[in-house]
Design a protein around this ligand. Structure first.
Ligand code: NDP
Ligand code: PYC
Length: 336
């Protein structure tokens, strides 16, 4: 049972995390990108990628596996194609470095792709797409991670937990955003369940012998996860490997070897972001049609849209402050 929560303003949490990242070898730019990302996840109740991840970031930085001072190199490949070499650093600063060029291409051509490689992504994916929808753009992103998912029909893990995130503007309200692992559960949530001693649902994972298990510790200790939805999730996970690694020049989830870097936790892979400007062909009609669709979904009984829980948590955090347990608060202060 956790001690009572602390509630702190979002800006204070960003500041605290930024100091921690700088103390642990990140440049100011990288620290700002990671701190904002991680604090946003905590603010939105996306706990598997909030401050829970800080020890993993720090052990990875200490192991020399990731470069916290990397300077991304942006390449203007074609009218609708931007590529970034993240230099063995994090994906978020690489996106930030290429963002302006990407958006200007999407606005002039109607669509543009950002291919990031030589990058580490240890975060939730929605922060990478949601801001595009806030600007009236549609965005889709995929990132591959580390081998821990057994493809449908296979005997051993190969794929990563490989999330897909999508964001689109919706007239008169918050954008439509979803962000989901293609595994039955995110690895972070399995770790959280193991800490709490909770059993998982059927169909989430297998133990080291390949037998179905509901025990998160058995999944983490040599076992593996399963794709969501059997062959369908497996196909989507394969697609993520192709788009995030083969297309970008990054590693497949099974390709990197971090065994010489004890403490390394961040997957060294790639990320693809596709941005579409719906206004070129549709004017404001796309956002209005999105609202129409949401209205019809509500009319048939949908009471909870993807992203809605996060937006509710965000409003609550703006009102009351971002929640941390006392242990998290103490830990962050000692690290800063
Ligand atoms: P969830 O299964 O919790 O949620 C997936 C999506 O479904 C979210 O958009 C969520 O909205 C929505 N949703 C959840 N429940 C409902 C419901 N009852 N009705 C309608 N919509 C619903 O996410 P995952 O566990 O799959 O992933 C968690 C996070 O882990 C993601 O942010 C993902 O990016 C991250 N991740 C990162 C990886 C990496 O390599 N960097 C690898 C794998 C995962 P809401 O957000 O509002 O709850
Ligand atoms: O939760 O599956 C996950 C994950 C992998 C890499 C970062 N998060």
């Amino acid at each position: 049972m956790s001690a009572p929560a602390r509630q702190i303003p979002f800006a204070d949490l960003v500041n605290l995390l930024q100091r921690i990242f700088i103390r642990n070898g990140c440049s100011d730019t990288v620290a700002a990108a990671l701190a904002t990302n991680c604090a946003s996840a905590q603010r939105d109740g996306a706990h598997s990628h909030g401050v829970f991840r800080i020890p993993g970031y720090l052990s990875t930085l200490a192991s020399g596996w990731v470069d916290g001072r990397a300077e991304p190199v942006v390449r203007d490949v074609a009218s609708g194609y931007v590529s970034v070499d993240a230099g063995g650093g994090f994906a978020q600063p690489a996106l930030a470095a290429a963002r302006e060029l990407l958006v200007s291409k999407a606005r002039s051509a109607g669509i543009a792709v950002l291919a990031i490689h030589n990058s580490h992504h240890f975060a939730a994916l929605w922060p990478d797409v949601e801001p595009f929808a806030d600007e009236g753009l549609v965005a889709l992103s995929v990132v591959n991670s580390m081998t821990c998912v057994v493809p449908e029909g296979a005997r051993r893990p190969l794929f990563g937990t490989n999330p897909i995130a999508f964001a689109a503007p919706c007239a008169g309200g918050a954008p439509i955003v979803f962000d989901m692992a293609t595994s039955a559960m995110a690895h972070g949530d399995v770790q959280i369940a193991a800490r709490k001693g909770e059993l998982l649902a059927d169909g989430v994972g297998v133990d080291r012998e390949g037998r179905a298990t509901r025990d998160p510790a058995a999944i983490l200790d040599g076992g593996a996860l399963l794709p969501f939805g059997g062959h369908k999730g497996s196909a989507l996970s394969m697609m993520v490997e192709l788009l995030a690694a083969a297309l970008t020049g990054g590693n497949f989830s099974f390709e990197f070897d971090w065994s010489q870097h004890p403490g390394a936790k961040t997957p060294w892979t790639g990320q693809l972001i596709i941005v579409i400007d719906p206004r070129l062909a549709q004017g404001e009609r796309f956002a209005k049609r999105a609202r129409e669709l949401v209205g019809q979904m509500e009319a048939v009984g949908v009471t909870r849209m993807p992203g809605e829980r996060r937006f509710r948590e965000r409003d609550k955090s703006a009102r009351d402050g971002v929640s941390l347990t006392s242990e998290e608060w103490t830990q962050l202060h000692s690290l800063a």
